[in-house]
Design a protein around this ligand. Sequence first.
Ligand SMILES: NC(=O)c1ccc[n+]([C@@H]2O[C@H](COP(=O)([O-])OP(=O)(O)OC[C@H]3O[C@@H](n4cnc5c(N)ncnc54)[C@H](O)[C@@H]3O)[C@@H](O)[C@H]2O)c1
Length: 167
Amino acid sequence: MDERVLITGGAGFIGLQLAKALVAQGAQVTLVDNFSRGRNDQDLQEILHKVTLVELDLTQPIPENALRNDYTHIYHMAAVVGVHVSNQRPEFVLRTNVLATINVLDWCSRRNPVPLCFASTSEVYAGSVQLGLALCQLPRAFHWPSPILVFHATRIYPARSWGSNSV
Ligand SMILES: NC(=O)c1ccc[n+]([C@@H]2O[C@H](COP(=O)([O-])OP(=O)(O)OC[C@H]3O[C@@H](n4cnc5c(N)ncnc54)[C@H](O)[C@@H]3O)[C@@H](O)[C@H]2O)c1
């Protein structure tokens, strides 16, 4: 497999599992994380010799030479996630997720276009109630700072604003 993959939030739950799967398929993988939530634990240590790890805070612009320029795929998983933090610190969630996405898209816009996978949010799981897949209740109304509203704003709006057809 001749794939060179960038995973933001690569020390997190999904990013690390994705990295393991891609490494097992022979991809060259770069993980970016600021370790605000992801941990340099046993799980990460097990693949560290097979990946490149770059510690960056994505709320800041990505330095020009921090990453390679020839990725074939990008997975943007870096985010502040969770109902609790969205309820308690909505401004922090909005600020972090919007800035991180803007900085990743800005960095991409200065390079050849490649497919970018932009994660949605587990906060929309309640929609699966209608499908009979989950037991939790849907919120009756969106209110500020409803976790769903905060997350929709941070994870969906930026992608639409950029109008990218590869997101
Ligand atoms: N876990 C789920 O069930 C689920 C379901 C659907 C969608 N998602 C989405 O997938 C993405 C990843 O979710 P996860 O469960 O792996 O979360 P996670 O918290 O385990 O991973 C997110 C990673 O992003 C990193 N991060 C946070 N702020 C950063 C910053 N400023 N700069 C660099 N890195 C930063 C954290 O340190 C963490 O390692 C999120 O967008 C989430 O909404 C998750």
